[in-house]
Ligand binder design. Structure first.
Ligand code: B16
Ligand code: MG
Length: 211
């Protein structure tokens, strides 16, 4: 493996919290009478909470104050957290578990690079609270993907340079962030179709064959 470190996005890569984000945003949008569907939801992948709200509000027929927006984002997050509490170690797939362990056995340092402010809660639910060598998430950044800040911090926390780290992402915004930071990337789902992705993958387990 040519990489000394691997930085994993969380939602859409390690686990599938996207369905909970959708349900929680949908509840908020329905309450406000704002049209929201799965296609709009796809645009929220990797995007921060407030930036996600702005995308949803593109379909609103009234303007909201900053205070109202804060309240809406707060309510969405309360709904989302209730859904997260139902997650268990069963929500971590055997493929992800085995691949992480195999990469670690090859000597790679493993980090999380997620936009989510709920990263530690999610990792705890999955039984991964103490697994990673570093965690860079929504709580330690000021600029969200496609800005590279979350990955640059992750590399820094690992004590590595971007060129020595591989970023694993499911979102186009995340691949753009990796590129902007000078990282090579491995992509799943829509990220695998994106021309800026260095290593398109069909499945998480493909990681062991890279480099
Ligand atoms: P939170 P990732 C991202 O996670 C999600 O893909 C995105 O939909 C969400 O808005 C963002 O986290 C912020 O999440 O509201 O929990 O702070 O893909 O970067 O792991
Ligand atoms: Mg993601």
């Amino acid at each position: 493996m040519k990489f000394k470190g691997i930085i994993f996005d969380l939602d859409g890569v390690i686990c599938f919290t996207d369905k909970y984000h959708y349900q929680a945003w949908k509840q908020m949008a329905d309450k406000e009478g704002i049209y929201f569907d799965e296609i709009i939801n796809n645009r929220l992948r990797g995007v921060s909470r407030m930036a996600s709200l702005e995308i949803i509000l593109e379909r609103a027929d009234k303007a909201y104050t900053e205070e109202e927006k804060e309240q809406m984002a707060y309510e969405k997050n309360e709904t989302y957290k209730k859904l997260l509490y139902n997650m268990t170690t069963q929500d971590l797939s055997q493929e992800v578990k085995d691949t992480l362990n195999a990469l670690r056995a090859k000597g790679c340092k493993l980090a999380i690079g997620s936009s989510s402010r709920n990263t530690k809660l999610i990792l705890g639910q999955l039984g991964l609270a103490d697994y990673f060598d570093a965690i860079s998430d929504g709580t330690n950044i000021t600029r969200s993907k496609p800005d590279p800040e979350v990955f640059l911090k992750a590399a820094d926390f690992l004590g590595l340079q971007p060129e020595d780290c591989l970023v694993v992402e499911d979102a186009v915004a995340g691949i753009d962030a990796a590129c902007a930071g000078g990282f090579e990337s491995a992509g799943l789902g829509e990220a695998a179709e994106y021309e800026k992705c260095t290593y398109p993958m069909r499945s998480f387990g493909d990681l062991v064959n890279i480099g």
